[in-house]
Design a protein around this ligand. Structure first.
Ligand code: C2E
Ligand code: MG
Ligand code: MG
Ligand code: MG
Length: 288
């Protein structure tokens, strides 16, 4: 079994592959065990307000280190979880871990927010709002310090259904963010009807703003649309100084990306926070 290359494994858990081959079933069992044993690690990527230099919060992202296949990226195990009924326990585990960390940061004097990603299936789970309410109460984190990120394509796949769940979540006081914005063909009318607080511009546009004028046009329109709808605008995937400076000039409210920090294991986060210095942008130019 050990001789089996990771390529073999990659083939069996491609999201498009709905056939329950033995390898795929074994992987589902392993994922279930990992969730049960709390073996899925949740890492945290800082979000920075470039206008104040403050870190305002962090996005929680799941990591799975498989005992024999090594690290499996979320782009692969999240679809596997969705197809095998494991997304609900996975989401609960991530929510619980994220809120526990957020409560600890806040106790230590850092008034940070935490963001958790919701998968498409979560929007069909009628118990989600009460579960979120219970986990908030357990952790002591105020609802407005929790952001739930939902991809634009998830929302647009079923706008009416999404609106019903989003309205309930909004009723709890949590913040709602539309993730990977620009990739999901939103109708503007639909967007306006949803109780959103934030848009996150997809990194596929952000990453090339320094070199592609069409991506600059997309980012500029997304920022303007977001602000016109009174939303905070976040750019994800900020990797270099030129991109950072451009996004500051365009008025993005929050920036997230490897330039600021990679996603950090929970025990490294506080240390990073204490040592970090915001990049220095003066009049739209990167100076530090
Ligand atoms: P996302 O929610 O859009 O998260 C942002 C992704 O971009 C993360 O990838 C993050 O590590 C990556 N990223 C951040 N900054 C940079 C950068 O500067 N350059 C590059 N190249 N990448 C950057 P990750 O952690 O691999 O997650 C991928 C996707 O998997 C996420 O996209 C999200 O849709 C999903 N995901 C991750 N964790 C969870 C989870 O706990 N639950 C659910 N439902 N989905 C999750
Ligand atoms: Mg996200
Ligand atoms: Mg995103
Ligand atoms: Mg993304």
């Amino acid at each position: 079994h050990a001789a089996k290359s990771s390529h073999t494994a990659l083939r069996v858990y491609l999201p498009a592959d709905d056939q329950n081959t033995p390898d795929r079933l074994a992987l589902i069992t392993d994922l279930r065990d990992a969730i049960d044993r709390r073996d899925l690690l949740v890492v945290f990527q800082p979000k920075l307000d470039p206008h104040t230099g403050d870190v305002t919060g962090a996005e929680a992202l799941s990591r799975w280190h498989h005992p024999t296949h090594g690290s499996i990226p979320p782009d692969q195990f999240i679809p596997l979880a969705e197809h095998s009924g494991l997304i609900r326990p996975l989401t609960l585990h991530v929510l619980e871990s994220a809120l526990r960390r957020c409560a600890a940061w806040r106790r230590d004097g850092h008034p940070l927010h935490v963001a958790v990603n919701l998968s498409a299936n979560s929007l069909h789970d009628p118990t989600l709002p009460e579960v979120v309410a219970r986990l908030l109460a357990q952790s002591g984190v105020p609802a407005e310090a929790l952001t739930l990120e939902i991809t634009e394509s998830t929302i647009m796949a079923n706008p009416a259904g999404a609106k019903a769940v989003l309205d309930q979540l909004h009723g709890l006081g949590v913040r709602l963010s539309i993730d990977d914005f620009g990739t999901g063909y939103s109708s503007l009318g639909r967007l306006r009807e949803l109780p959103l607080h934030e848009v996150k511009i997809d990194r596929s546009f952000v990453q090339r703003v320094a070199v592609d004028h069409r991506d600059r046009a997309v980012v500029r329109s997304a920022v303007q649309l977001g602000h016109a709808l009174d939303l905070e605008v976040v750019a994800e995937g900020v990797e270099d100084q030129e991109t950072y400076a451009y996004l500051v000039r365009e008025g993005c409210n929050l920036l997230q990306g490897f330039l600021i920090s990679r996603p950090l294991p929970p025990d490294e986060f506080a240390g990073w926070l204490a040592g970090h210095r915001a990049p220095n942008v003066v009049q739209g130019r990167f100076t530090a």
